[in-house]
Design a protein around this ligand. Structure first.
Ligand SMILES: NC(=O)c1ccc[n+]([C@@H]2O[C@H](COP(=O)([O-])OP(=O)(O)OC[C@H]3O[C@@H](n4cnc5c(N)ncnc54)[C@H](OP(=O)(O)O)[C@@H]3O)[C@@H](O)[C@H]2O)c1
Ligand SMILES: *[C@@H]1O[C@H](CO)[C@@H](O)[C@H](O)[C@H]1NC(C)=O
Length: 321
């Protein structure tokens, strides 16, 4: 036997497969929503981007716990399909679809107006909708489309619903951010699509950093109101998140992902944890990783002076004046 044959030995193949299997079994988070008995009867929750991916499983979990759930989606067709599926799987008919395109300030205002008119209370808001890998595109409000979708739209939506949430306290705001924020940078000209490099997930990384910065600042402003605001990393999750990337990249992602990444259902866990777990009661301004552990986000996300400035700029950009 040639010594090189050692590398092609079935033992290697077998041990690699076993190792992959073990890693796959180990990747579950430490908190299990199924063993959490919290009920949400009488509570109202909004989940943006609830028609697919992580958002759909967050909404399904809330529906199973008896909440009144509002799926905030941009497509009537995709939203209705999810609505039907969630109603069927949860047996809860108090699930509703409301249309919103979070990349448009007008659409966000219209959606919020409808909510304020129709809903008596709001206990949970999950800002989940986001895009990655969008090419350069400027919205009619004059913002880069990724920044509008991932940060400025959700920022405005949250602010418009704040009074209702304060009246409904205790209430919780959860922002689905990402570990990618660690590679993000802050440059306020980015909001308008200036000085951005659209290579891969570069822009996405910046938007996710702003998510955490502004969620922390919001938590600071909300102290004493009974409304908490936290951000989460869902893990690396096999969803449609790569829809704007080349198919070759998606192929590799899905291939590796089959063994190592989370399913959308597993990806929903850290958001569900922050939205309803008793462990998170009263906890605010924190960042939760995909294993439901509170960890420190990147230094830029903890810079208070920067956060004050960022929040004020976003308020100005999303105000009507
Ligand atoms: N997947 C991951 O590995 C990963 C990792 C870290 C963080 N995250 C975060 O997890 C969250 C959910 O992502 P996902 O992986 O579930 O992605 P996804 O499968 O692509 O789902 C994204 C959702 O957002 C909605 N959406 C996008 N743009 C919108 C807009 N302008 N207005 C309203 N809704 C809009 C989509 O609606 P349509 O179907 O109509 O487009 C869809 O429902 C995001 O915040 C993402 O950044 C994901
Ligand atoms: C975005 O963040 C991810 C995760 O931290 C990193 O792997 C990737 O290289 C970053 N993208 C760019 C273009 O910097």
């Amino acid at each position: 036997m040639h010594w090189l044959d050692l590398f092609y030995h079935p033992v290697w193949v077998l041990s690699t497969a076993v190792l992959a299997l073990v890693v796959r079994m180990q990747r579950r988070g430490s908190w299990d929503p199924q063993s959490c008995s919290v009920r949400l009867k009488g509570k109202t929750a909004i989940v943006t981007g609830a028609n697919t991916g992580i958002g759909k499983f967050i909404a399904l979990d809330f529906a199973r716990r008896g909440a009144r759930v509002i799926l905030a989606c941009r497509s009537q067709a995709r939203g209705s399909a999810a609505l039907q599926e969630i109603r069927e799987k949860s047996g809860n008919s108090d699930v509703h679809l409301r249309l919103v395109d979070v990349s448009s300030l007008d659409s966000v205002r219209e959606f919020a107006e409808g909510i304020l008119k129709e809903e008596e209370a709001l206990h949970i808001l999950v800002n989940n909708a986001a895009v990655s890998g969008l090419p350069r595109q400027i919205t009619k409000d004059g913002f880069d489309a990724s920044f509008a979708t991932n940060h400025l739209g959700p920022f405005l939506l949250t602010n418009l619903l704040l009074d209702l949430m304060k009246r409904s306290a205790p209430a919780r705001i959860v922002t689905v951010a990402s570990v990618n924020h660690k590679k993000g940078e802050v440059d306020f000209s980015h909001f308008h699509g200036e000085n951005l490099n659209y290579f891969m997930d570069n822009v996405y990384n910046h938007t996710k950093l702003h998510n955490i910065i502004c969620t922390n600042q919001l938590a600071h402003r909300l102290q004493g109101t009974g409304v908490t605001a936290n951000s989460v990393h869902p893990g690396i999750v096999m969803t449609e998140v790569l829809r704007h990337y080349p198919w070759s990249l998606r192929f590799i992602f899905n291939l590796i992902g089959f063994f190592f990444f989370k399913t959308p259902e597993e990806g929903a866990v850290s958001s569900i944890f922050c939205a309803l777990a008793e462990e998170m009661e009263g906890i605010t301004g924190k960042y939760c990783d995909s294993d439901c552990q509170l960890v420190l986000p990147a230094p830029l996300a903890r810079d208070t002076a920067l956060a004050v400035k960022d929040f004020e700029i976003c308020e100005r950009l999303t105000s009507k004046l």
